[in-house]
Design a binder for this molecule. Sequence first.
Ligand code: TA6
Length: 283
Amino acid sequence: MPQALAEDTLYRNAPAILLRAPDGATATVLLHGGHVVSWTPAGGQERLYMSELAQVTPGKAMRGGVPVIFPQFSDRGPLPKHGFARTLVWEKTAARTGDDYAMASLCLKDSEATRAIWPHAFTLELSVGVTSHRLDLELEVCNLGDSALSFTTALHTYLKVKEVEEVQLEGLNGHMYTDCMKNKVQRTDTGVFLAIDQETDRVYHDVKRPLLMRESHSALGINAENMPDVIVWNPWETGIKNFSDMPPKDFRRMLCIEAGAVETPVTLEPGASWWGRQTLVAM
Ligand code: TA6
């Protein structure tokens, strides 16, 4: 069996880390944004959507993969939409391989630029682990300052799908959600599964069970720890017109199923830390 590797590479001409487990499972993470741009489980196909029009541009986010949203989800505060972590360059802090896995950690620290708009000393670390059919993404935030800080955060995961209208997302039944397409009205999900047949932008609150995304020939298990909210987003043909970095027909090829701590901000006292994780399992 080939050896696991975790090595520096280029992705669309930008510095990245390629992880490969001995069984052939791979993941690629960019230093720009600490952005996971590709995941292929062992013996399988690419499972993350990445727009063919997306480029690595300083100060801009990539359309696809897993943007790291921190310290502000969406426009829920005064910062740029979805915060600044996805548009800054992170530093590689660790890369390791084992008998059946490869992993890397990347870190973003406060800088003059972040302190100018968010006056806190912090570290944000992303650890990415790939093994067999599983991808683990873990965020850790430490408050290095001498006053409390609060943030909202999400792993804005773009899943690649064959045809979004055929997807059945199970596990949200009975949960409250904020419908961002309908003036943020709160509703309860009553369907056995969620199907996407129109522009969809929902924040499900306090989801305690794993989700299952079914497609005709495959399925994906999605679990989150310490990230209680699930955001489901598809721009549909109505919303995709607003995105110049995505081919118009690609709304059919993707579905964002995001793990977040969004509804209730996380507050950290000086010296305290927080972690949250999203795990994807291909079936
Ligand atoms: O997480 C869903 C969402 O907040 C949507 O409202 C939609 O705008 C999407 O993120 C993409 O945001 P972006 O800033 O990447 O264009």
